[in-house]
Design a protein around this ligand. Structure first.
Ligand SMILES: *Cc1c(COP(=O)(O)O)cnc(C)c1O
Length: 372
């Protein structure tokens, strides 16, 4: 594999690779059983921002700790956003990412909501291409495995006055990830949270910000205490409409008059607009299903399971792709979905998405972005 050469590099980055690269044996050892988000590649990218001078020169450098002033405003007032997308090995040995511009645009939407500066979309994609090219040996080969990219932005100005920071740091790290479910896809049990909400109208629900996750952890603990794997969020106003499952979007499959309907909650401003969600709405149509965005209440969910019109439910996101829901629990009852088993529609959609991302199937929409 080729190392980065100077002419591949734009003027926007300084390239300072590790002086003592990891041996291929050591890398292979770390990549053997990477799981998710536990192993990190050798390099990272940082780009500083200053209100006066804008985005500065980026640096590709060895992965490692960053230094922050204890008064850095991210540590106090939480201006922190992130993204997640993946690089996939293709059958011809090349490496492609999936819809990275969509993540770049969403990153900027999150930035606007948190009064942070936007990063030019082409700079976001270039940073990712640069890091992936440097780390191409860290991209696993097998279908279902990938190099997970985690871009983030934090407020770094040392100032305790409550206002938007004037200084920020964009950081990009990469983590080889194995199959999210090494034992195969296994349906999860979900807990419908009635004590906590994830997002309220006017809040930050549609931004991918760290604070949303901080606020969700206690509900996730409650779900665990109830014997469940994940929490299902209801809308904050009526406490009735299904919004998401944990950090993933949610889908329901109905059989109505002989037709298969793949439905997901409509985006109301409190849901995170997932790239996987958007992609599955399209793939569902291509597979011959009717794809719909609906408002779905807890009562609708229970009723459709009781009368048999709902045949499957599953969650989706970049990290775990598709996670079937086998059992639904709340303070008022417990329901099985598809007898607690993975259903055929979830399986078909999962396969279609993975085949597209790994270059097994054609890419008519031009969603795959060639990196190297
Ligand atoms: C990131 C995220 C998703 C999934 O988005 P993808 O773009 O499909 O990975 C869904 N819900 C929440 C709350 C998220 O943070």
């Amino acid at each position: 594999m080729n190392a980065i050469t100077a002419n591949q590099v734009s003027a926007r980055f300084d390239i300072q690779p590790a002086k003592e690269p990891l041996s291929s044996e050591e890398r292979a050892k770390r990549m053997q059983n990477p799981g998710f988000g536990k192993v990190f590649s050798e390099h990272m990218i940082v780009i500083p921002y200053n209100e006066e001078t804008g985005w500065g020169k980026g640096v590709l450098k060895p992965y490692g700790p960053i230094v922050l002033d204890p008064a850095a405003s991210v540590l106090h007032y939480g201006q922190a956003i992130f993204e997640g997308f993946k690089a996939y090995k293709q059958p011809d040995g090349s490496i492609k990412t999936f819809r990275p511009e969509a993540n770049a645009h969403r990153f900027n939407a999150s930035a606007r909501r948190l009064a942070m500066p936007e990063l030019p979309v082409d700079l976001f994609v270039e940073a990712a291409d640069l890091l992936i090219t440097q780390e191409q040996a860290w991209v696993p080969d097998a279908v279902g495995e990938s190099l997970y990219l985690r871009p983030l932005m934090i407020a770094t100005e040392a100032a305790l006055g409550v206002r938007a920071s004037k200084e920020y740091l964009f950081i990009l790290i990469a983590s080889p990830s194995g199959a999210y479910f090494p034992q195969g896809v296994k349906p999860v049990t979900v807990w419908i949270s009635e004590n906590y909400v994830r997002a309220a109208p006017g809040g930050t629900g549609s931004a991918k910000c760290a604070g949303n996750y901080a606020a969700s952890l206690v509900a996730q603990k409650e779900a665990k205490a109830e014997g469940c794997d994940q929490v299902v969020w209801l809308d904050a106003v009526h406490r009735r409409y299904i919004e998401e499952m944990g950090g993933m979007n949610i889908f329901f499959v109905y059989k109505e008059n002989g037709e298969t309907i793949v439905a997901t909650p409509v985006l109301t401003g409190t849901l995170l607009p997932g790239v996987t969600r958007l992609t599955l709405l399209d793939l569902a149509k291509k597979l011959g299903f009717r794809a719909e965005e609906r408002r779905i209440s807890v009562d609708d969910w229970a009723e459709a399971l009781r009368n048999g019109t709902m045949t499957e439910a599953f969650a989706c996101g970049t990290a775990a792709v598709i996670t079937p829901i086998g059992t639904v629990k709340s303070a008022h009852g417990e329901w099985k979905v598809n007898g607690g088993e993975t259903g055929p529609v979830a399986s078909k959609l999962r396969e279609a998405l993975l085949n597209l991302q790994h270059g097994v199937d054609p890419d008519p929409n031009g969603w795959m972005h060639k990196v190297c």
